[in-house]
Design a protein around this ligand. Structure first.
Ligand SMILES: Cc1cc2nc3c(=O)[nH]c(=O)nc-3n(C[C@H](O)[C@H](O)[C@H](O)COP(=O)(O)OP(=O)(O)OC[C@H]3O[C@@H](n4cnc5c(N)ncnc54)[C@H](O)[C@@H]3O)c2cc1C
Length: 413
């Protein structure tokens, strides 16, 4: 049984589908989401169906993969079964690959006023609210109130925050003047807040500096070493007493593992990730494994576990598929070793930064590499072609449609 059809769960299910085993794949959604491109859906660059893929369609030809759309609530490992919202389901071997969710830290009490970017629903809600605010701003006469309606704050200077900031800045520069000619765009401010002293702290100093310059040139205000303190739905309060008026606060500042209860306390780390050994197995369990964002193997080189990245989940899944085959054959397992192939982030439609094993490069070439990798990683030939056509078009012509307002999402009061 595999819980979660994200990068890890999907890779594992595909590999296991080639063995003589029955695979029960469970996900709360009936589709796989390509999370790195959520920001494109949120800003109208791609449609939802370009970055999600129906799970049943993926496994049409694999009769030994049984899919159930269900939310797993807890594990009853003494009885080898999981509790779900559609009833209990038994397993022989269990792999937990539920991924991660937002960590709001001190913003937990006001989480309903923020816009996270973790799921397809989040991306569509964000797109909907940005569009609604732009439409509404046209009938607001007071300059301060209008600014508050169209201003955007992005909290978190990691890859997701930068990608969002870049896409919104391009929207402001190239599309809004055409679609909203009556709007005074000097009233729209895009501000990126980062608590640490630099952007992209997971990447090199070089990448951080380039990313900073690219964003600044695109008109984004970047506030480094800036702690956000609270938010009342209209005003973002900073620790130094400053405030920023905005109705749209995009939260990309932290993630934590999705917790499924029922396992022993020693299996959980404080951030909810499951403590695994070098075989991705949970301590004191013979048949329970975990991979991807949900799992962490703590060692001297990685005191916090491996980073929450798609290649980590994919590589762990590939190794676990081999190990499950060995396990069934009664042979010794092979320990997992992560091969870090590099980290990238894109800023707008012509710039990216890349760190590949001491080879640091930026700009247009990095963006080409970024585009190629992302297109090749999408699932389905149609999605690859459609995305390539869409991006090629917008490379030469910035006039992308912003998207229509579906669903008419409302922020909580
Ligand atoms: C906006 C954004 C941008 C990112 N950009 C990059 C990037 O550029 N490069 C990179 O390497 N990584 C990036 N990441 C991180 C990457 O997406 C994750 O590390 C990766 O998705 C982890 O894979 P996973 O298989 O562990 O979990 P996920 O891919 O998150 O999949 C988990 C699955 O489990 C399902 N699930 C969750 N809870 C339950 C439950 N209780 N019951 C049943 N099903 C459940 C979910 O529906 C989901 O399908 C980004 C993430 C985000 C949010």
């Amino acid at each position: 049984m595999i819980v979660g059809c994200g990068f890890g769960g999907l890779t594992l299910a595909k590999k296991l589908s080639k063995l003589k085993v029955e695979v029960i794949l469970i996900d709360k959604n009936n589709y796989h989401t390509f999370q790195p491109l959520l920001y494109q859906v949120a800003t109208g660059g791609l449609e939802a169906e370009n970055i999600v893929h129906p799970i049943r369609k993926i496994f049409r030809k694999h009769k030994n993969v049984i899919f159930r759309m269900a939310e797993v609530i807890s594990v009853i490992d003494s009885e080898n079964k999981v509790q779900t919202n559609i009833g209990d389901i038994p397993y022989d071997y269990l792999v937990l690959a539920m991924g991660s969710t937002n960590n709001y830290f001190n913003f937990e009490p006001v989480r309903d006023k923020l816009f996270p970017l973790k799921s397809l629903t989040d991306a569509l809600n964000l797109r909907s609210i940005i569009m609604q605010n732009l439409e509404r701003s046209l009938v607001i006469e007071n300059a301060g109130d209008q600014e508050e309606t169209v201003n955007v704050a992005i909290i978190g200077g990691g890859p997701a925050g930068l990608e969002m900031a870049g896409a919104i800045a391009e929207m402001k520069k190239f599309v809004l003047p055409l679609d909203f000619p009556e709007l005074d765009l000097s009233r729209m401010h895009i501000v990126l807040f980062e608590a640490s002293r630099r952007l992209l702290s997971v990447m090199s100093e070089n990448a951080s500096e380039h990313a900073f310059r690219y964003l600044k040139n695109m008109g984004v205000t970047i506030k480094l070493s800036t702690l956000v303190k609270s938010y009342d739905g209209n005003r973002l309060m900073l620790e130094d007493g400053e405030t920023f008026r905005t109705e749209t606060v995009i939260w990309t500042a932290g993630v934590k593992a999705i917790k499924i209860t029922g396992l022993d306390q020693e299996n959980y780390l404080p951030n909810g990730r499951l403590r695994i050994d070098e075989y991705n197995k949970l301590k004191n369990k013979q048949n329970v494994f975990a991979i991807g964002d949900a799992a962490a193997r703590i060692d001297d080189d990685h005191p916090g576990g491996l980073p929450m990245l798609a290649p980590v989940a994919i590589q762990q899944a590939e190794q676990l598929a081999i190990n499950i085959r060995l396990l069934l054959a009664g042979k010794p397992l092979i320990p997992f070793a992560y091969k870090n192939k590099g980290v990238m982030a894109t800023i707008g439609r012509k710039r990216a930064v890349a760190d590949f094993h001491g080879w640091e490069f930026q700009g247009w070439f990095a963006w080409l590499v970024w585009m190629f990798i992302h297109i090749m990683s999408l699932i389905g030939f149609k999605n690859k072609i459609l995305t390539f056509v869409e991006w090629s078009g917008s490379y030469f012509n910035y006039d992308k449609p912003l998207g229509i307002i579906i669903p008419p999402f409302k922020k909580s009061d």
